[in-house]
Design a protein around this ligand. Structure first.
Ligand code: PMP
Length: 407
């Protein structure tokens, strides 16, 4: 089946915006959902809804089986060695905060160093910054090369025996680069530090193998991988998860409670306090099944073609500055840019009038914006269901918007 045929699985893509066909180019913010995901959520509420892990009755067993089957699916998807390494959370943000509130609280001490990169999303910066402030630890920032790629020399210089934790995005949500996690993990481990990886912008675009990367923790969100909002994943090495005291307490995460003490449930349940997002997890499972039907080979080929058309089309236009690498060989499916003399919000509003949905703003990476010396950028980001015709239309609309403002 040609990859273009999968587009028909996404009902929203038939929508019109301002009387124009929708051209959705904000996939880095959230992806659209295929009918299979919408149907799985609806089927769960229609036929299988019950709380998980509690009831002995048939419906509860059915809901639990479906929920727990997704844990196996996620483990296989990111090549985790065992299902117990997969914790369901609300989002990437929630996953990273979980690590900060457990590992961070337990391990980081005054004088220790936490290392992040200059391209981090606030989700993988603010939890570490706040932890460092609480603990009187030092937060250091790995710098970037002029083209926006991570400066490994800076990484090697900053990561030292004082470093306890390195937090890094697998792929940037602004610069379109993918970072060399395996190398960074090696450097971190040589110094006795752990590496926490934010995979929010990676998992939908390339196969991820947490063991090959040697990531200690790996976080991602369901909604950026064609699944629903409100569900996320935290992978953790079992040896690390076993050392952590949960940060949230309540139902589902206990095995025995008296007035005086509580014995926690085994891993990973002890990190999933309260009723989880059952339909969200089931929807995520449907999204992974759907993605696997298409296969990453086809997804990557299509997204590379789209990125090439997008990047080269933007670079060919006058007054356009593209942030991050200028060559498609180093560029993932996210392209941030500005047009001289036109505010990014005006550009995005003009594009919206033509049915083109792109993001304008700081992309939750304000320190990176400071480094780029801009208050904001426009960002176009593709998914496999986009077409080269859409990219052409985006580029023509952009040209028209520019001409309108330059008149
Ligand atoms: N990290 C990166 C790199 C992201 O792009 C995003 C989402 N924009 C996040 C973290 C946060 O994801 P969520 O809002 O789903 O928690």
């Amino acid at each position: 089946m040609a990859i273009t045929e999968f587009r028909a699985d996404f009902p929203i893509l038939k929508t019109k915006i301002n009387d124009e066909p929708l051209i959705y180019l904000d996939n880095a913010a959230t992806t659209q959902k295929p009918q299979a995901v919408i149907d799985a959520i609806s089927a769960y509420y229609t036929a299988d809804n019950a709380n998980v892990h509690r009831g002995v009755y048939t419906l509860a067993a059915r809901a639990t089986a479906q929920y727990e089957a997704v844990r196996d699916q996620v483990a296989a998807f990111i090549h985790a060695p065992q299902r117990e390494s997969i914790v369901f959370t609300r989002s990437t943000t929630d996953s990273l905060n979980l690590v900060a509130q457990t590992y961070g609280e337990q391990v980081v001490q005054a004088g220790d160093e936490i290392v992040v990169t200059a391209m981090e999303h606030h989700s993988n910066l603010v939890p570490w910054q706040q932890l460092a402030l609480r603990k009187q630890a030092k937060l250091s920032v790995i710098q970037l090369q002029p083209d926006g790629q991570l400066d490994l020399a800076s990484a090697r210089q900053l990561i030292s025996d004082k470093t306890v934790l390195v937090a890094v995005a697998h792929s940037s949500n602004v610069l379109g680069v993918t970072n060399p996690i395996k190398v960074l993990a090696q450097v971190a481990h040589q110094h006795g530090a752990i590496i926490v990886v934010d995979g929010a912008q990676t998992v939908a675009h390339q196969p991820v193998d947490v063991q090959a990367l040697d990531a200690d923790f790996y976080a991602f969100s369901g909604h950026k991988i064609y699944g629903p909002t409100g569900v996320g994943v935290l992978y953790g090495k079992l040896s690390l998860l076993q050392t952590l005291t949960p940060a949230q307490f309540g139902g589902e995460m206990i095995s025995d409670v008296t007035w005086e003490r509580t014995e926690f449930a085994p891993i990973p349940q002890r990190f999933e306090a309260g009723t989880p997002n059952i339909s969200g997890v089931i929807g995520l499972g449907a999204a992974l099944t759907y993605l696997q039907q298409i296969g990453f080979a086809a997804i990557q080929a299509q997204e590379q073609a789209l990125t090439e058309a997008l990047l080269n089309g933007l670079l060919a236009q006058s007054a356009v500055t593209v942030y991050g690498p200028q060559s498609v060989a180093q560029h993932g499916p996210v392209v941030a840019f500005n047009v001289a003399g036109i505010h990014p919000h005006d550009l995005a509003t003009g594009l919206d009038l033509g049915g083109v949905e792109v993001r304008a703003g700081h992309h939750c990476a304000q320190p990176l914006m400071q480094l780029l010396q801009v208050p904001a950028t426009v960002r176009a980001s593709v998914a496999f269901y986009n077409t080269t015709t859409e990219i052409d239309h985006f580029l023509t609309t952009l040209q028209a918007v520019k001409e309108f403002f330059q008149r």
